[in-house]
Ligand binder design. Structure first.
Ligand SMILES: NC(=O)C1=CN([C@@H]2O[C@H](COP(=O)(O)OP(=O)(O)OC[C@H]3O[C@@H](n4cnc5c(N)ncnc54)[C@H](O)[C@@H]3O)[C@@H](O)[C@H]2O)[C@H](O)CC1
Ligand SMILES: [K+]
Length: 493
């Protein structure tokens, strides 16, 4: 199936509304016709996913999302399916009222949903409660309906947006429908791809409603979705010096694990040489664990200087600690000219001593580290991850990776990409150290900070998805190394 146009473009709700308006005002397509096409697209999707469905429940809200539901219900009746439709209390206006009237004129019955109601026995539930117009958490009988839908074993198709999910940010202010399929219309809303969205959207299908390409002309998306990529084939005359030299700095006494994972990830992702600057007490363990790493005992900045001269990229922070030793090495690294990736305590030190980077820099915070870097609560970070990742990139003049469900990468020029891969198994110790090493290796092989961060996040998440075949529990960071090598060389993981 040829890729949907714009299937990798992500829009804000305001941008989608502007596209709606353009379709109606500039292309002369009535809003009711858009609603009909949305309903037809969603109904076709329902028939494709559940071809044996004979009876559906449709739950309509008080706006145009509900309007979509009424028209889908009318189409299902015309196709001979059994339809039970419930409506939330609320006055319908405009196209939604016309849609309800059309449903009724075809003989459809509208039942008021209230506490006395219950979920009927159907093959599929259709969620047409709220779409892009959600303004707060569903409450009262709407909330109870969402809870009932999630408690039922019957599959759910969500129209446009799972009700209760914020289409702009992926935040869930309260209860939200956990859909099996979300059929989204005209343009992909950016909130379907980050924050809590992954727990609610199920399989996302984008339907452009057969609108002409001209509709999108001049409408720059707010963000884009990453696409699978790998590194070009290596030159036949490559030697270990031609693929860069990563210097991983970290590993306070007794914390060798993180810096080892970072260094090994850099090797696995193709860096020509990887050195590790760490505490003397870690050297034996590191050499025993991974002799391909060149481990150096560095007890202070003077011992770091010669290593900095030989390195092309620095990876600073895994297991670094925030003590005098770690702080001294961190300061020396920031003052050097090499491109660098900052993670873990390298970020916590930055939060204490903000710094605008002149050299190419990639920051890789999880929401907790981002909270410290921006001086705002984690809840506010997660309430609008797009704003947070942009703020990080701008404040530090760096490329910022905001890790978590639906990792985002921002450039300080405003560009943002979202990662559609990854899984909860990756929320385990060491995964961040591996990502730091991968990004450092891509920088070492000639990528600029933006491409190294985007490709690194994508490869890391795809490797995590490949490694999780045996189950999400017990996934170790080092389990990513094998699929990572396959992916980075353009093979199937
Ligand atoms: N994008 C497209 O091309 C199309 C969009 N359509 C559909 O229209 C909805 C957006 O419709 P809208 O009327 O703006 O809002 P909603 O239907 O999402 O919300 C209904 C209404 O409910 C009120 N409300 C919001 N949150 C709550 C709440 N928590 N509790 C109670 N009431 C709430 C608010 O007043 C809203 O206006 C879009 O998603 C598409 O499904 C077109 O029909 C098809 C093409
Ligand atoms: K919905």
């Amino acid at each position: 199936m040829k890729p949907m146009p714009h299937s990798h473009d992500l829009y804000t709700v305001a941008q989608v509304r502007a596209l709606d308006r353009r379709a109606i005002d500039a292309l002369g397509i009535p809003g009711f016709e858009l609603m009909r096409r949305a309903a037809a697209a969603a109904f076709a999707s329902l028939r494709r996913h559940w071809p044996d469905a004979m009876r559906i429940g449709v739950y309509c809200g008080p706006g145009n999302n509900g309007g979509d539901g009424y028209l889908l219900a009318a189409m299902a009746r015309d196709a001979g399916l059994g339809v039970v439709l419930f409506a939330l209390p609320g006055d319908l206006h405009g196209d939604a009222a016309l849609a309800r009237d059309a449903y009724r004129q075809g003989g459809g019955l509208v039942h008021d949903w209230d506490d006395a109601a219950f979920l009927v026995d159907v093959d599929v539930h259709v969620d047409a409660l709220y779409g892009t117009g959600l303004s707060r958490a569903p409450s009262g009988c709407a909330e109870r309906l969402v809870v009932a839908l999630n408690a039922s074993k019957t599959p759910v198709l969500a129209m446009d947006v799972p009700s209760g999910l914020n289409a702009d940010t992926g935040a869930c202010p309260g209860q939200a429908v956990m859909a099996d399929v979300t059929t989204s219309f005209i343009a992909a809303k950016r909130g379907l791809f980050t924050a809590q969205a992954a727990g609610y959207v199920g399989k996302i299908e984008l339907h452009t409603l057969s609108l002409p390409e001209s509709l999108w002309e001049g409408s720059a998306p707010d963000a884009t979705l990453m696409q699978p990529e790998s590194l070009p084939r290596r030159s036949r005359v490559a030697h270990k010096g031609s693929n860069g030299h990563v210097l991983a700095i970290g590993g306070e006494a007794g914390f060798a694990g993180a810096i080892r994972l970072c260094g090994e990830a850099a090797l696995r992702a193709g860096a020509g040489l990887v050195s590790v600057a760490t505490r003397e007490s870690n050297i034996v363990a590191l050499n025993a664990a991974r002799p391909e790493l060149m481990a150096h005992a560095v007890e202070g900045p003077q011992a770091l200087a010669p290593l900095l001269d030989r390195a092309t990229v620095l990876a600073v922070g895994p297991g670094l600690g925030k003590g005098a030793w770690g702080h001294a090495l961190w300061l020396t690294a920031l003052d050097s000219a090499q491109a660098l990736v900052l993670d873990a305590d390298g970020l916590n030190l930055l939060a204490d001593e903000p710094h605008e980077f002149q050299q190419p820099a990639v920051l890789t915070p999880h929401p907790g580290e981002a909270s410290r870097l921006l001086g705002m609560p984690v809840a506010d970070i997660e309430a609008d991850r797009f704003a947070a990742v942009r703020a990080l990139a701008a404040k530090y003049r760096a490329v910022a990776v905001l890790k978590g469900a639906g990792s985002l990468v921002a450039h300080h020029d405003g560009r943002v990409v979202a990662c559609p891969w990854g899984n909860p198994g990756m929320a385990s110790g060491g995964m961040g150290d591996v990502l730091t090493g991968v990004i450092a290796a891509l920088l070492a092989q000639g990528g600029d900070a933006w491409h190294a961060a985007c490709l690194g996040v994508a490869l890391h998440a795809r490797a995590g998805d490949a490694a999780v075949g045996d189950g999400e529990r017990g996934l170790l960071a080092s389990d990513l190394f094998v699929p990572l090598r396959r992916l980075i060389n353009g093979r199937e993981a």
